[in-house]
Design a binder for this molecule. Structure first.
Ligand code: WTA
Length: 655
């Protein structure tokens, strides 16, 4: 019996499943020969002096002024490249106009109905400059906050770059979020301006973004102006003096806008993400460090070359789209494919048609999508020529070995390396990942920390676990790390640093290390649910439920789901005198969608007169999870009233 098998038998179920997959995949010789990086000594060198390594990476960006100190670290506060001045949009467009890439395709975009647009670096440069001037004409300046609520259209990338050009802080809100969610985010960051569109296409329908935005805007006093992109000529009311058409602003604008010389530590953007408490938090990223992480990891992890056609299928509304559609690939001068719509529209081979049509070479997607492709069947990818692909990636959740193998065989034609990349909104860029020309991969493992990154697995007391499972921490500062939570530095400390007394960054993830030092991610250990690769907090869903006038109390848990990784089950106690009958479940689901968005819709709701609580009144979600997943109940000794849980279990089994 191998050591890993022995280990598997003594450990939990998830780990068993992972370790049964004993196959390893060394990089193919042909791949290694052409790879950007193929010398394992890279890890040792970067490890010896990680600050020097990151300085070398940062020097690949264009700086108006070089930094005079690489790092100042007073945990939990990091400053990188102090005194350095740069501009993110300059690094993504201007420098390519000057270095021979002017006529190269920057964005190859396809709308869901099949409309197409290609923007060269020159086109992008022109558009970003003009839109930056358009923003200025509405009084937007350095330090202002701009909320962006757009579908996946080129103007979304343009808007981000235009903000960064003038030093305005952008905060993209995923277009699938509800007006309520948009309102909360705008108010938290006190945004001065909103950029939206008349609508966007999704599965043949139209998402009425501007109408949704108007609902949010009835209660957002900080917003003075709204810019509306005309995506599809959809009907919308324009409010005089407040609302402006994007194309009219751009048409009227001057062609050149001087890029603001930003301090390395000036804020580049905030992006809201779910944490363990109810309110989503604005993760703050700064300019020099974030750009260094984005630029470097894109080049190393995806082995990016000048003639690649790179496609990351994420929505720019999430961090993956920020770093690996916009800032990473564009700062590298890559050709980026961007698609507006759903993977199964008009049929389930849409993605593979796109790969064939544009000759995509690098393809980066989420395990959830891969599991859906698996279920749909191999006939869809088989209909298309995928031979241009040379590298595949995954992100967002643990990938089960079965899905990894399916991806390897049916999409990668057994010739493409797969990079399983672990990271977070907070980390800014990929931190645990194979390097495709160096690392021998194991299906299901994100393998090892990126050069210059140090990660560890700790037990509750902070002891390092060399082989086995525990909490994943990052032990040294890195350039693209979160700097704070917008407007709440204490919460920043509480959430990420307090667990290990300010010594290590706590990721909130569980992980296991095997005998080879490889990391296997095991999912969240806090109250965050990862549904189809999207983070939601149990508290966020619970607050949405109790916002409904009929609900007294609620608890939400994430349970295993074949395709989505996890799905949401909610337990609800209704107010006295309210009966669960008559479409109550439907009503409450709709209420959650209204408050947060469709991604948060509970799969099912279980009504119960009481919820299991500890004697101090804390709802025991762990027990609810056991019930929802049909497991033998865990420790019930701390329950105030053990009968509650038994009754609930019986009820659940009946349902
Ligand atoms: C999870 C997405 C396993 C993890 C980039 C993390 C992963 C959370 C992986 C961050 C992976 C991300 N393997 N789990 N390769 N990548 N995760 O902020 O739980 O939306 O903490 O960033 O996704 O989600 P976020």
């Amino acid at each position: 019996m191998t050591d890993s098998k022995k280990n598997a038998e003594s450990s939990g179920k998830t780990i068993d499943v992972l370790l049964e997959e004993g196959r390893t995949f060394a990089p193919a010789k042909d791949f290694v020969k052409q790879a950007n990086f193929s010398d394992p000594a890279l890890y040792k060198e970067a490890g010896k002096d990680s600050v020097a390594f990151w300085e070398k990476c940062a020097s690949k960006l264009d700086w108006f002024q070089k930094w005079n100190k690489a790092l100042e670290w007073k945990a939990p506060d990091a400053k990188w490249f102090i005194g350095g001045k740069l501009n993110a949009s300059y690094n993504c467009v201007d420098r390519h106009i000057k270095n021979g890439l002017r006529n190269k395709a920057a964005l190859i975009w396809e709308g869901e109905p099949g409309d197409k647009r290609t923007m060269t670096y020159w086109d992008l440069y022109r558009e970003v400059n003009k839109f930056a001037n358009g923003l200025k004409s509405l009084g937007i300046k350095k330090g202002d906050r701009v909320a962006i609520y757009l579908p996946m259209i080129p103007e979304l990338a343009v808007a981000m770059l235009a903000c960064s050009r003038i030093g305005a802080v952008h905060s993209v809100v995923f277009a699938g979020f509800s007006p309520e969610a948009l309102k909360d985010r705008i108010n938290d960051m006190e945004a001065n301006l909103l950029i939206t569109a008349d609508g966007g296409y999704r599965r043949g329908g139209v998402i009425p973004l501007k109408n949704d935005a108007d609902i949010a805007l009835s209660d957002t006093p900080s917003i003075k102006h709204v810019i509306v992109v005309n995506r599809g000529g959809f009907k919308t009311d324009m409010k005089d003096g407040r609302d402006h058409w994007y194309h009219e602003l751009v048409d009227a604008a001057e062609a050149f806008c001087e890029p603001e010389h930003m301090d390395s530590e000036d804020m580049l953007f905030t992006l809201y993400t779910s944490g363990t408490t109810g309110k989503p938090k604005g993760i703050v990223h700064t300019t020099g460090g974030y750009m260094t992480g984005a630029y470097t990891t894109t080049k190393y992890v995806f082995d990016l070359k000048d003639d690649d056609v790179y496609w990351c299928t994420a929505d720019i509304g999430w961090v993956t789209g920020h770093t690996y559609i916009v800032y990473g690939p564009l700062s590298n001068g890559a050709t980026v494919v961007m698609y507006e719509g759903a993977p199964d529209w008009p049929d389930k081979s849409r993605f593979w048609k796109i790969v064939e049509d544009y000759g995509v070479t690098i393809f980066y997607t989420a395990p959830t999508a891969i599991r859906a492709f698996m279920r749909w069947g191999v006939e869809y990818p088989a209909k298309h020529d995928l031979s241009t692909l040379r590298l595949l990636g995954t992100v967002g959740e643990p990938i089960n070995p079965e899905a990894w193998m399916w991806y390897h065989k049916n999409i990668g034609g057994e010739k493409c390396p797969i990079v399983d990349t672990w990271w977070q909104t907070e980390t800014g860029c990929i931190l645990i990942t194979p390097l495709p020309g160096i690392t021998t991969t194991k299906p299901g493992s994100a393998t090892v920390p990126f050069p210059g990154i140090e990660a560890d697995i700790l037990d509750e007391a902070g002891n390092s676990i060399k082989v086995g499972g525990g909490f994943l921490v990052i032990t040294k500062p890195w350039p693209s790390m979160i700097r704070t939570i917008y407007g709440d530095h204490d919460r920043y400390y509480e959430t990420y640093w307090k667990k290990y007394n300010g010594k290590y960054y706590f990721t909130g993830d569980g992980a296991k290390r095997d005998e080879d030092g490889f990391f296997w991610l095991l999912g969240r250990v806090d109250d965050v649910i990862n549904v189809a690769g999207h983070r939601l907090s149990t508290m966020e869903i619970e607050s949405a439920l109790v916002d409904h006038p009929d609900v007294a109390e609620s608890a939400a848990v994430g349970v295993n789901h074949e395709i989505k990784g996890q799905s949401i089950k909610a337990f609800v106690t209704l107010k006295d005198g309210v009966e669960p009958g008559d479409g109550m479940e439907k009503k409450l689901k709709a209420h959650v969608v209204k408050m947060i968005g469709a991604i948060a819709r509970p799969e099912s709701i279980i009504f119960s007169a009481e919820l299991p609580k500890t004697r101090s009144g804390k709802i025991m979600r762990r027990l609810l999870k056991d019930i929802a997943e049909g497991r033998v109940l865990g420790d019930t000794s701390t329950l105030a009233d053990p009968n509650v849980v038994e009754a609930l279990k019986e009820k659940y089994e009946e349902d």
